[in-house]
Design a protein. Structure first.
Length: 81
């Protein structure tokens, strides 16, 4: 069995999803898992959580600066694997 996971927010009482290109006649089963308010707050913004301490902020900003320097990149030749 294959699965497609898509997270959405109900707007104007409707669930909007992207078009999924499946062959006509494909049988699917849809299950809606509704997050509680507490779960939503916990998941609300991972970035805010990661920036919540000075140490995390410093590490994230240092990481972003390193991304600006291509000499720090590690390249892997997948053909050689």
């Amino acid at each position: 069995m294959n699965a497609i996971k898509y997270k959405a927010i109900i707007k104007n009482g409707k669930l909007e999803m992207p078009i999924i290109d499946l062959p006509e006649g494909t049988i699917v089963e849809a299950i809606l898992l509704i997050a509680s308010e507490i779960e939503s707050k916990i998941e609300m913004d991972e970035t805010a959580y990661l920036l919540s301490t000075e140490a995390n902020r410093r590490n994230l900003l240092e990481g972003l600066e390193q991304l600006k320097q291509p000499q720090n990149y590690i390249y892997v030749d997948v053909a050689a694997l």
